[in-house]
Write a new protein. Structure first.
Length: 386
C-alpha cells in the first residue's frame, strides 16, 4: 500500500479552502443580501486556510500554536459553517451555544496539551465538538432544505463528512485504535480523517455554492413574476398563470372567472396626499385582497391602480358573490383609512371554447367601464361574448 504523506495532505487542504474562499467571497459581494449565511461560510473557509498550516507546523512550532490555536480555529470554522447553514435556511442561529462549545473545547484541549498531556483525549474532544456542529447542519439541511438536486448533493456530502468525524470520535474512545501522534503513519483512521477533510473542504464549499446559486435563481424568478410594490403577480405572470390554469381545466371543461378591480378616484390620493401615501394605499389594499380571496385564486396588479384576479373553477354566480363581498369589505377597509375611496369591479367568465385570456379580459374591462359610468363603487358583469 503506498504511503500517504499526511503533512502534504494537510497543506493541500489549505489550498482547497483558499480556492473556494475566492469563489464564495465573490458570491458574497455579488449576491443579494436576502441570501443569508454566505459571509459566515466565507469566514469559516478563511479560517480553514490558516488551520492546516498550523497543523503542518506540529512538532516544529510551539504546542500552544500548533495544537491549541489550530484546534480552536477548526472548531470556530465549523461553528461558522453551522451558523451559515442555519442563517441560509432561516433558522435561529445558536451563537451562544456555538461560542460556548468552542471555548470549552479549547480550554479542555489546552489542559490535555499542557496540564495532563494526552493526544487521544485531544482527538476525542476536538472530534466531539466538530461532530456536534456537523450533526446540526445535517439536521437543518434534511428538515428545511428545498427538494432539489443541489440540496440533495449538499446534504449527502455533509452526512458523509459527519460520519467520518463520528468514526474518528468513536475510535478515539477505544484504546489501541488511535495513534499517539497527529502524523502517525500507521494510523489508518487518521489517514481517512485527514484525507476526507482535505476533499470535503473543497466539496462542501462547492455544494454550498450550488445551493446559494439555486436560491438566487429562485429569487430572480420570483422577482420576474412579482410586482415590486404590492408583491402580487405582475401582468406577465398573470397571463402565464391564466394560460396554465386554462390548460389544466381543458380536460374537464371547468369554468374560470375574472375580476378586474379599479380603485375609484385614486388619483386624488396622489394629488392631495402624495405618491408615497398612494403607494401605502396600494400596498394595504393588496394585503387585504390576498386575505379575502379563496385558495387557488391568482391576484395580480394589472397596471396603476387596477388589479386582476383569476378565479379557476369558478362560474359567474360565484364570481359575482365574491366581487360583491370584496366591494363591501373594501368600503369598510378604506373608510377607516381614506374617506370616499371605494372600488369598482368588472366581472367576466371565459367560455369553454376560449383558450386565451385576452377576450375575457376585454369583457371584464367593458364591465368595469360600465361600473365606473354608473357611479362607481359597483359590481358589473358582461355575461358572454358579443
Amino acid at each position: 500500500m503506498p504511503q500517504i504523506d499526511l503533512r502534504t495532505t494537510v497543506l493541500l487542504s489549505a489550498v482547497m479552502s483558499a480556492l473556494m474562499s475566492v469563489v464564495l467571497l465573490s458570491a458574497y459581494y455579488s449576491f443579494p443580501r436576502s441570501i443569508k449565511g454566505i459571509g459566515r461560510w466565507v469566514s469559516g473557509s478563511l479560517l480553514l486556510i490558516v488551520t492546516p498550516v498550523l497543523f503542518w507546523l506540529r512538532d516544529i512550532a510551539p504546542d500552544w500554536l500548533s495544537i491549541v490555536v489550530a484546534n480552536c480555529l477548526v472548531m470556530a470554522a465549523m461553528a461558522l459553517w453551522m451558523l451559515a447553514v442555519q442563517a441560509f435556511y432561516g433558522r435561529p442561529q445558536t451563537w451562544r451555544c456555538a461560542a460556548a462549545l468552542t471555548v470549552l473545547g479549547t480550554l479542555l484541549l489546552a489542559w490535555y496539551a499542557f496540564g495532563q498531556p494526552n493526544y487521544v483525549a485531544r482527538v476525542t474532544i476536538a472530534t466531539f465538538v466538530v461532530g456536534i456542529f456537523y450533526c446540526v447542519q445535517c439536521v437543518v439541511i434534511v428538515r428545511y432544505g428545498e427538494r432539489h438536486f443541489s440540496t440533495y448533493f449538499f446534504g449527502t456530502l455533509m452526512i458523509a463528512q459527519t460520519l467520518v468525524v463520528l468514526l474518528r470520535f468513536g475510535t478515539s474512545l477505544f484504546a489501541g485504535m488511535t495513534g499517539q501522534s497527529f502524523f502517525a503513519p500507521g494510523d489508518a483512521i487518521q489517514i481517512i480523517y485527514l484525507s476526507s477533510n482535505t476533499l470535503m473542504d473543497l466539496a462542501l464549499s462547492a455544494a454550498f455554492m450550488l445551493v446559494i446559486t439555486r436560491r438566487l435563481h429562485v429569487e430572480l424568478d420570483v422577482l420576474s413574476r412579482t410586482d415590486p410594490l404590492t408583491l402580487l403577480l405582475n401582468r406577465r405572470a398573470l397571463y402565464a398563470a391564466g394560460q396554465e390554469a386554462l390548460e389544466g381545466m381543458a380536460e374537464d371543461g371547468a369554468e374560470m372567472a375574472l375580476l378586474l378591480i379599479d380603485l375609484d378616484h385614486f388619483k386624488r390620493i396622489n394629488d392631495s396626499m402624495g405618491h408615497a401615501e398612494g403607494d401605502r394605499v396600494l400596498t394595504a389594499f393588496s394585503s387585504m385582497l390576498r386575505r379575502e380571496l379563496p385558495p387557488g385564486a391568482y391576484p395580480g396588479r394589472f397596471g396603476g391602480e387596477e388589479f386582476l384576479v383569476l378565479l379557476p373553477r369558478t362560474g359567474m354566480t360565484g364570481a359575482l358573490a365574491l366581487a360583491e363581498r370584496l366591494r363591501a369589505t373594501s368600503s369598510r377597509f378604506f373608510g377607516e383609512r381614506v374617506a370616499d375611496l371605494t372600488i369598482s369591479i368588472g366581472v367576466a367568465c371565459l367560455e369553454k371554447s376560449e383558450t386565451r385570456l385576452d377576450d375575457a379580459i376585454g369583457r371584464a374591462d367593458l364591465a368595469l367601464y360600465r361600473a365606473k359610468s354608473a357611479g362607481r363603487n359597483r359590481v358589473e358583469a358582461v355575461m358572454q361574448a358579443a
